[in-house]
Design a protein around this ligand. Sequence first.
Ligand code: HEM
Length: 170
Amino acid sequence: MIDWLYATIPVLKVVHIAALLMWCGGLLALPLMLAGTGPAVTAEHYLLIRRATHVTYTICVTPAAVITVIAGTWLIFLREAFVPWLFAKLAFVALLVMVHAWIGHILAKTGEEPGKDNPPHPLLPVTAVLLPVTVILTLVLAKPAFDWIEFPRWLLEPRGGQLPFEIPSR
Ligand code: HEM
């Protein structure tokens, strides 16, 4: 029964990588799209950018982030990747999630209070995205050994513990 689960690893990896491309690409594109709004643009142009950024964020970028995390979490258990580089990677994924929320906040503010508060220069959010993404890709592709850090054993191996409740048997 578990064999077919292991057979899904390549599919999950493809889904993980396709979704993270959409997630990270979208996070880079959104601040650049928003840079098109300014005091000089017409109301019609503003509405167009506002709609495009809203749809991109809610229909593409956020679902892609959720799919990346779900596929990645399955991969942790199927690949038994209880390894220090993964924990370091997860810390930077958390940072990327915060940047994701910040960009969402900028989009919402620009939409709700047009002309009141200009969005930050796109270089700022783009750098904030590129920083964790570069570190994550370095960690995941180089899979560096962190032997010099003493990790507790419980963090590095499945515990095989019992759940605090009975699991119904079919
Ligand atoms: C909560 C979020 C994430 C989790 C739990 C997660 C977990 C994983 C796991 C367990 C693998 C398999 C590693 C292996 O087979 O040795 C993997 C592969 C990969 N992840 Fe993630 N990941 C997450 C987010 C990301 C993000 C945001 C990026 C890039 C910005 C990323 C880039 C990659 C790449 C490129 C691979 C393929 C590496 C390879 O097969 O050598 N991941 N991920």
